[in-house]
Design a protein around this ligand. Structure first.
Ligand SMILES: Nc1ncnc2c1ncn2[C@@H]1O[C@H](COP(=O)(O)OP(=O)(O)OP(=O)(O)O)[C@@H](O)[C@H]1O
Length: 244
């Protein structure tokens, strides 16, 4: 059974249709890169699947169920720019928010939850910043905290919206190592990604998106010059070096 099944999904902002008949399925234990030009609808796709933006039409199922039935099993790391960083909270609290499925709403976190959150921060090299206000962390550090939150949540299916945008090489390696570890544990990971040069290294599956699914499948089959050209409309000069 696929962990994620999307059928005929469409969405718009006002009258501007940004997703049109999107269809794909994702198998468990895969790591999929969602790739396409600016404005292709990648972030919107995540938001619509997770009920954060309304859909015009279509169906989305996770583990064969609707989102609300299984949301504790799903982790989401939003695009950094979309988060209100002035929100007065420290790094540890951000990670604890990922544990609410386990703690229960309106209950105080117990010592075991705090320990789990601290362990996740430690795994992301952020233990020393646990009590630092989130607004006072650098962009890459904020991203590490969000990854720690996803780790602590112990979800089965993860969505990350451009987790590598604007981070340095060390943070990029730390994040990719974390995602690889999740995959090795049998989790399923979908990542909105921008850098075509690293696509083959990072992802075993690719979803090429530009309002519609332009191609989807194993990276070695999908990452061809023809498909990239079709998705980006011929704006990529460096692809000249890639045969395929
Ligand atoms: N809140 C919004 N209101 C109106 N239009 C929006 C809104 N958010 C996105 N759009 C439009 O919807 C389209 C898809 O945007 P989306 O952010 O999903 O694309 P994306 O593929 O994630 O782009 P990028 O790679 O630039 O992050 C774009 O044309 C964008 O201008």
């Amino acid at each position: 059974m696929p962990v994620l099944s999307v059928k005929s999904l469409s969405a718009s902002y006002h009258r501007n249709k940004v997703l049109d008949g999107v269809d794909f399925q994702v198998r468990p234990g895969t790591m999929t890169g969602i790739v396409g030009p600016n404005g292709a609808g990648k972030s919107t796709l995540l938001k619509v699947m997770l009920n954060l933006h309304p859909r015009l039409a279509g169906e989305v199922s996770f583990f064969g169920s609707g989102y609300n039935q299984v949301k504790a099993r799903i982790g989401y790391v939003p695009q950094r720019g979309s988060v209100d960083w002035d929100f007065p909270t420290d790094a540890l609290d951000v990670v604890l928010m990922g544990l609410y499925g386990q703690i229960g709403w309106l209950k105080w976190p117990k010592q075991q939850h705090k320990e789990k959150a601290m362990q996740a921060l430690d795994e992301m090299g952020m233990a020393d910043y646990a009590k630092r206000q989130i607004s006072q962390l650098s962009g890459g550090q904020q991203q590490r905290v969000f990854l720690a939150r996803a780790l602590a949540q112990e979800a089965e299916l993860y969505f990350l919206d451009e987790p590598l945008a604007g981070v340095d090489a060390a943070t990029e390696r730390a994040i990719m190592q974390t995602l690889k570890t999740l995959k090795e544990k049998g989790k399923t990971v979908l990542v909105v990604h921008h850098d075509l040069q690293t696509v083959e290294d990072y992802f075993d599956h690719l979803l090429l998106l530009n309002r519609r699914v332009m191609a989807h499948g194993p990276t070695e089959e999908v990452f061809t010059k023809e498909n990239i050209f079709k998705t980006y409309g011929g704006v990529l000069r460096w692809m000249g070096e890639k045969s395929g």
